[in-house]
Design a protein around this ligand. Structure first.
Ligand code: CTP
Ligand code: CA
Length: 232
């Protein structure tokens, strides 16, 4: 459905979306990051706004502009993103974790630039696990709140990839999981996306292939379809 003829089926609903990729600093000039551009999360924000929602966007290093009309909270690290999501989730009817979140952060952040003459020819990074933001949001879920996760997998085999998605949603406990395939040349910084949506049991309830905006609308359709009673 083109955005121009959207019905306001999210009027008055609060939709909270994380988008982009977190960065974990190593020193004042360097970080560990990932290739997420934020395009799919921003498209979700745009689509939700077009359908009348009140939209909060927790933005981690977006490569594209956030839609005007969204309330934007910029963050950098996973811990900052977690705090912003927790704060905003208290008022959200729908929470979508589209951000690519760093699983690990450097155990220590250096105050000054890491220097080669000190570090030597070969360097080992000592990393610690970040908390799982999505699992925390599911644990603190408000009654009726719908929580959606994303999973980008490099597994090429469709059956094996869906199995990874099923295992992931069962572990996370969210209501829906948006699964897509990524690779060196796939999924990032592109205008199009190809996704499957899994329900809480890990079964495929929707497939979409199109622009990130059209895919965003289909994801919102799935959310409304799966949970119409819960959020009414
Ligand atoms: N996620 C999160 N907090 C983390 C890691 C991931 O909230 N520390 C969220 C992501 O935003 C996404 C979902 O969990 O919505 C799945 O992320 P993904 O990286 O695919 O799953 P992981 O549990 O991190 O497993 P792995 O990277 O080992 O496949
Ligand atoms: Ca991960």
């Amino acid at each position: 459905t083109p955005a121009s003829v959207q019905v306001p089926d999210l009027a008055g609903r609060h939709v909270l979306i994380s988008a982009g990729g977190t960065r974990e600093p190593l020193d004042p000039v360097r970080f560990l990051g990932n290739r997420s551009s934020g395009r799919q999360g921003v498209a979700l924000a745009e689509a939700a706004l077009a359908r009348g929602a009140v939209v909060t966007l927790v933005a981690a290093h977006l490569e594209v502009a956030a839609p005007s009309g969204a309330s934007v909270h910029s963050v950098s690290t996973t811990l900052e993103l977690q705090q912003a999501m927790r704060d905003a989730a208290a008022a959200a009817d729908i929470v979508i974790m589209a951000a690519a979140v760093a699983d690990y952060r450097p155990a220590e952040v250096q105050d000054g630039k890491i220097k080669k003459d000190v570090a030597g020819d070969r360097v080992t990074l000592d990393l610690v696990r970040n908390p799982d933001v999505l699992v925390g949001l599911v644990q603190d879920r408000r009654p009726g709140q719908v929580i959606v996760g994303f999973a980008a997998e490099t597994e090429a085999d469709d059956t094996a990839r869906r199995e990874l998605g099923r295992t992931k949603i069962l572990r996370k406990g969210c209501d829906l999981l948006v699964l897509n395939r990524v690779g060196w040349t796939q999924g990032f910084a592109t205008e199009r996306n190809q996704i499957e949506v899994l329900d809480g049991a890990g079964d495929i309830v929707m497939e979409a292939d199109g622009t990130k905006l059209s895919v965003a609308h289909r994801i919102l359709d799935s959310i409304l379809g799966s949970s119409i009673d819960a959020i009414r």
